[in-house]
Design a protein around this ligand. Structure first.
Ligand code: HAM
Length: 440
């Protein structure tokens, strides 16, 4: 591997991917704050034990995919493979429960899993996730799902993502998951010789995981005992499904093939798959995890959440809109105006810099070639940056009284001479940015 290459499964992101990622994050922040979620920023590194305990010792993530290492002090650490355990840890550490009422958080950041890299699957990938802690009602599950759906809609993905919902039951009611686990364990013991090595190891510790195995799972699901949850769990997820329907969200329910790969789920689980994405089509997934806060040493606290994969969501957006037009609407970067300078006189340069500063005060994204190249090269740069307008300031026009410049509409190509003092207002009107956002 050349020294300049990133490690396998890790990537450098430059424009346009970096710009699109930022636009997607902007769209998500906008939607999630509309739904009342506030941001939590979490550490990238945690004690490995956090994930062993919460994500699950027998989950693929912990068993095979975690980047673990020992630090100089001999502590077992891990790069976070997912965000939920960190949120629960922070919820307890910061006593967020004391705020009263449910706590609604979202996070944006890199996660790390040592999976085999392929399109839509990376070793460092970005998740945007939400967690609602402290609300047991099915309406909380539905609100989280609706927020995710609203984001898909904002990105123009209506009809291009399919939602599946399932009920995984609970561990508190003996007749629910514990009874199923016993029945499944007994069944698997009878078929032990047909199982793969990792499933053999899981039969006693976590027989449910066997159904999630890519090899053994589909083969066994047909004959293995079928899960029937307790009445309270069924009523909960039935209500989630009914509320989703009330809100016009088409979904498959119950979908017994949806088991999810993490151990903490109870009752509701769900996944959104994108169309035309090939094998890595799970764009987002989540569910309820009513036992996790208690498992981590906290008080009994119901919780529900989801996470979406940013790279996969971008692939879904690209499949529906290859020019990324809808996403552009959320663009936090890019160029409104490119200021090109033809000349070397100090007053010309001063006028150009001052004009850019004035426009930025009105949130007009102004920039320029910073006088480093010929006019032709600067115009090429303006085109490359897809600037909406171009202002050309030359020595002769800048020396006029009052000084003028050329204003070029980059969409139509039309160009006219205008007063430098009138440029900002003309562009602000065309971009509807008439109020200053900050002082000089
Ligand atoms: P997850 O299903 O493991 O759930 O991951 C959520 C999303 O992250 C997936 O649907 C996928 O889009 C993306 N993803 C996962 N692995 C990769 C990868 N190697 N490369 C690219 N994208 C990937 C969780 O992580 C749970 N914490 C979700 C949750 C939150 N449940 C409750 N609250």
């Amino acid at each position: 591997m050349a020294e300049t290459q990133p490690v396998r499964g890790f990537r450098d992101l430059t424009a346009p991917e970096s710009t699109r990622t930022a636009a997607l994050e902007a769209a998500a922040r906008e939607t999630l704050s509309l739904y009342g979620f506030s941001e939590i920023r979490l550490p990238t590194l945690e004690l490995a034990e956090l994930f062993v305990k919460s994500t699950g010792e027998t989950s693929d993530i912990v068993e095979k995919e975690m980047f673990r290492f020992e630090d100089q002090g001999g502590r077992a650490l891990a790069l976070r493979p997912e965000g939920t355990p960190g949120v629960v840890r922070a919820y307890l550490d910061k006593s967020l429960r004391q705020q009263g009422g449910p706590v609604k958080l979202y996070y944006v950041g890199s996660m790390f899993r040592a999976e085999r890299p392929q399109k839509g699957r990376y070793r460092e990938f970005e998740q945007i996730g939400v967690e609602t802690l402290g609300n047991p009602h099915p309406a909380a599950d539905v609100e989280a799902i609706l927020a995710l759906n609203a984001l898909f809609a904002a990105l123009g993905l209506e009809g291009r993502v399919r939602l599946r919902v399932n009920n995984l039951g609970c561990d508190t009611e003996a007749s629910c998951r514990p009874a199923f686990r016993d029945a499944l364990r007994a069944y698997l013991h009878k078929h032990l010789d047909t199982l793969c090595d990792s499933c053999k190891r899981r039969v006693d510790r976590n027989p449910l995981r066997v159904l999630d195995c890519k090899g053994d799972g589909p083969r066994l699901s047909a004959e293995a005992p079928r899960f029937a949850s307790c009445a309270a769990c069924k009523a909960h997820v039935d209500q989630v499904s009914a509320l989703l329907t009330d809100n016009g969200l088409t979904h498959a329910y119950p979908d017994p093939t949806l088991v999810r790969g993490l151990d903490y789920y109870t009752r509701t689980v769900f996944e959104f798959a994108g169309t035309g994405l090939g094998s890595q089509d799970a764009v987002a997934g989540g569910g309820r995890y009513d036992g996790l806060v208690k498992l981590m040493g906290g008080p009994d606290t119901p919780a529900v959440g989801w996470a979406l994969g940013v790279e996969r969501l971008l692939l879904a957006v690209e499949a529906s809109d290859p020019s990324f037009k809808k996403l552009e609407a959320h663009r936090g970067t890019g160029r409104d105006v490119f200021v090109a300078v033809q000349g070397t006189e100090a007053p010309t340069l001063a006028k150009a810099t001052r004009l850019m500063e004035t426009m930025r005060r009105f949130s007009i994204r102004a920039g320029g070639g910073l006088f480093a190249s010929s006019l032709k090269a600067q115009m090429r740069e303006a085109g490359r940056e897809e600037a909406r307008w171009c202002v050309i300031i030359g020595d002769a026009e800048a020396a006029k009284l009052p000084p003028t410049c050329q204003l070029k509409d980059m969409t139509t190509g039309a160009q006219s001479e205008v007063l430098i003092d009138a440029v900002k207002d003309a562009i602000a009107t065309s971009l509807s940015k008439k109020e200053p956002t900050h002082g000089l």
